[in-house]
Design a protein around this ligand. Structure first.
Ligand code: PMP
Length: 360
């Protein structure tokens, strides 16, 4: 069996060591005689798995004590609605930065709960940049300010946060654990698991305690942040296997040296790939170099009639899932934590060989 390099944007590649450990533990987790999938979520064994996953997040992201770590369900898309439902009660306005497809989806859901003040938008630049911080028009009456710090489809990423008294709520789905962040600057962070955390099925939420007080009793119980925190993410049956595998990924990352260490590898992977694209006559990336994502690297071919050949030949070379999102076309290489430098080098080598073959 040969494993390929998988450049999918999510569900994405998982570290091979993690998959092997899960395989070893599949039939009998640590001598209990059953798989994690078969355990009661209320058993002391599963509680220890959940606690270890939470501790992994706390250690890797240096999460302060006044934040809860929760594993929710329904994907990050559910949080698009769940966030205004919980945090906007008692407010008429919420503020959103618009930097791409995922921001727009979040805005659409929020507008069902409150008036959305768009603080700034890069739509006119076809979402290839991030509005300058000084141009953000934040409404101080808003319940919170929402940002998507890595737009997975557009390949746009930023890390500067505005100086504001508003609680900052951030979708970090496709950047979490790839770079250092200062959790204390946020009121709520959320991230679907299926990119840098583990398999699909759970959504990580890191929420500051004071935000829990905004959740009112008339919310659906399984949507209520306060109830979720009071019940340790287990109002109902949580996605146990997804949480278990997330725990293994977090353990793997800690052993590698943590976020600080993987960030250096991620910087180097992105540097090499963008350098290849920028020095080519065939490939190009439209994103403002100040805001290029380290995790999702979209690129187009000067001759679009070569797209199919590119994808087919890449696949033959063991480089899979390079096609861009259906809404933008072209190519996209997602190079999350689990993508080793050797995978990026193999892609670069293939891109160069493809250029030579087609006379570029
Ligand atoms: N936000 C971002 C930044 C994403 O990339 C995605 C999925 N690719 C989502 C939200 C939605 O996640 P889900 O499919 O888990 O609902």
């Amino acid at each position: 069996m040969a494993r390929v390099y998988n450049f999918s944007s999510g569900p994405a590649a998982l570290p091979e060591e993690v998959l092997k450990k899960a395989q070893r533990e599949m039939l009998d987790w640590q001598g209990v005689g059953m798989s994690v999938m078969e355990m009661s979520h209320r058993s002391k064994e599963f509680i220890s798995i959940l606690d270890a996953a939470k501790k992994g997040i706390r250690d890797l992201l240096h999460v302060p004590d006044n934040y809860e770590i929760l594993f929710m369900q329904g994907g990050a898309s559910t949080l698009f609605a769940q966030i205004p439902a919980n945090l906007a009660q008692g407010f008429t306005t919420v503020s959103y930065l618009d930097t791409g497809v995922w921001s727009s989806k979040a805005i659409k859901e929020a507008s069902k709960y409150a008036n959305v003040n768009i603080v700034a938008s890069s739509k006119e630049q076809k979402y290839t940049s991030v509005p300058n911080l000084v141009d953000w028009n934040i409404n101080p009456e808003s319940a919170y300010l929402h940002i998507v710090q890595n737009e997975t489809i557009g390949g746009v990423e930023f890390d500067q946060l505005p100086e504001t008294d508003l609680p900052i709520v951030a979708d970090l789905s496709s950047t979490i654990l790839s770079r250092k962040i200062d959790v204390s600057k946020y009121a709520l962070i959320y991230a679907g698991a299926q990119k840098n955390i583990g398999p699909v099925g759970s959504v990580l939420v890191i929420i500051r305690n004071d935000m829990l007080e905004r959740s009112q009793d008339d919310l659906p119980t399984v949507w209520n942040f306060k109830q979720l925190a009071l019940n340790d993410s287990m109002i109902n049956t949580p996605p146990t296997y997804s949480i278990y595998l997330a725990g293994l990924v977090l353990e793997w990352l800690l052993e590698l040296g943590g976020v600080e260490q993987i960030e250096q590898v991620n910087i180097e992977k992105a540097r090499r790939l963008y350098q290849k694209i920028d020095s080519s006559r065939l490939y190009s990336n439209p994103v403002d170099p100040n805001y290029r994502s380290r995790m999702n690297v979209p690129f187009i071919l000067a001759d679009e009639s070569l797209n199919q050949a590119f994808l087919a030949e890449a696949e033959n070379a063991g480089l899979k899932n390079l096609s861009g999102h259906r809404s933008v076309g072209g190519m996209r290489a997602s190079i999350y934590n689990a993508m080793p430098l050797s995978g990026v080098d193999a892609l670069i080598e293939f891109m160069s060989a493809f250029e030579r073959k087609y006379g570029y």
